[in-house]
Design a protein around this ligand. Structure first.
Ligand SMILES: C[S@@+](CC[C@H](N)C(=O)[O-])C[C@H]1O[C@@H](n2cnc3c(N)ncnc32)[C@H](O)[C@@H]1O
Length: 273
C-alpha cells in the first residue's frame, strides 16, 4: 500500500487539516509498529480473556499486517484493536433483550472477541464481517480453540467483505461496532441498514463502542439513543476506559415516522422489549 494512496484516502475521510495532523503517525508507522504493538499487547491482555480461553485477540494489527489499509471504496481502513471483555458485556447487558430472538452482527469483527463474548448470550446466530482475510482467519482459529466450554461454531458466520457492501440479514439484529470506520463509511453502512429496515421493519439495536462518529446514527430518524448501564450507573463502568464505553441506539418498527416511538428503555438494564 503506497503512502500516497493512504494520504489520498485520508484527505477524503478526514480532511486536509486532520491528515496533516496525522502525517507524522502515517510516516512513522513502519518504525513504531513493534513498539506500539508491544505496549498495546501488555495493556489489552490485562483483562485475562486470552489466558482464560486459549485465544489470541490482543495486540494491534496495522495496515500492512492485517490487509489493505484503504478499502475498495477508497476509504482509510482502521487498524485492528479490541476492547476489554467488560466493555463488551457492559454494552450488551444494556440491551437486556431476549437475545435468542436476535442475530448479532459485528461489523469489522477483527479477531472475533465480541463474537465469542456474544456467543455466551444465546443469540440465535452470529455474523462477523471484516475486510481483512488475516483478521477473519484469526477469528476462525480463535472460535475453534475457545475453551473451556466450546463455542458452537455452526452458529457463527465469518465473512471477508467490505462493510459498505454487506447485506444485513432479515432478522432482528444487534449490530456491534467498535469504532471500525471513518464517518463516510459509517454513513453508507447506516444508510444500507435503513434501506433494509424500510424493506423489512424489525427490531434493530446498534451498539457502538468508542463512538467517534455517533452523530451519523444520532441524526437518523430511524434510531433513538437509549441510556446504557454505564450512563446510569457510572460506578459499574469504573474499570472501562471512557473511550471504550458504548453509545446504544434502538429502532423499533414505526420509529421512523414523524413521531418516533418513545425511547424503549423502561426498566433497569435498558430493556428493549
Ligand atoms: C477497531 S477493530 C475492532 C475489531 C472487533 N470488532 C473488536 O471489537 O474486537 C476494527 C476492524 O474493522 C475492520 N474494518 C475496517 N474497515 C472495514 C470495512 N470497510 N469493512 C469491513 N471491515 C472493516 C478492520 O479490519 C478491523 O479489524
Amino acid at each position: 500500500m503506497s503512502l500516497l494512496k493512504l494520504l489520498v484516502a485520508s484527505v477524503r475521510d478526514f480532511g486536509l487539516a486532520d491528515t496533516l495532523d496525522r502525517l507524522p503517525a502515517y510516516a512513522l508507522a513502519p518504525f513504531t509498529r513493534s513498539r506500539l504493538r508491544r505496549r498495546k499487547l501488555a495493556q489489552l491482555s490485562g483483562d485475562g480473556f486470552d489466558e482464560a480461553h486459549g485465544t489470541d485477540t490482543a495486540a494491534i494489527l496495522l495496515g500492512g499486517e492485517r490487509g489493505p489499509s484503504v478499502s475498495d471504496g477508497g476509504h482509510v481502513v482502521s487498524r485492528y484493536e479490541t476492547s476489554s471483555e467488560t466493555a463488551i458485556r457492559l454494552a450488551l447487558d444494556s440491551l437486556a433483550v431476549d437475545h435468542s430472538r436476535f442475530t448479532f452482527v459485528d461489523m469489522g469483527c477483527g479477531k472475533g472477541k465480541p463474537l465469542m463474548v456474544a456467543a455466551s448470550y444465546g443469540f440465535r446466530r452470529l455474523v462477523g464481517v471484516d475486510l481483512s482475510p488475516a483478521c477473519i482467519e484469526a477469528a476462525r482459529r480463535n472460535i475453534a480453540r475457545y475453551g473451556p466450554e466450546p463455542i458452537d461454531a455452526s452458529r457463527i458466520e465469518l465473512r471477508v467483505e467490505d462493510a459498505e457492501a454487506f447485506e444485513f440479514p432479515d432478522d432482528p439484529l444487534v449490530v456491534y461496532l467498535y469504532n471500525p470506520f471513518p464517518q463516510a463509511v459509517l454513513e453508507r453502512v447506516v444508510a444500507r441498514l435503513g434501506e433494509s429496515l424500510t424493506r423489512n421493519p424489525r427490531e434493530v439495536a446498534i451498539v457502538y463502542v468508542n463512538p467517534t462518529a455517533a452523530v451519523v446514527v444520532a441524526r437518523s430518524a430511524l434510531f433513538v439513543r437509549v441510556p446504557t448501564i454505564a450512563d446510569r450507573l457510572p460506578l459499574a463502568a469504573r474499570d472501562v476506559p471512557a473511550y471504550q464505553r458504548a453509545a446504544v441506539f434502538v429502532h423499533r418498527p414505526g420509529a421512523g415516522s414523524v413521531h418516533p416511538s418513545p425511547p424503549v428503555v423502561s426498566q433497569p438494564g435498558g430493556r428493549m422489549a
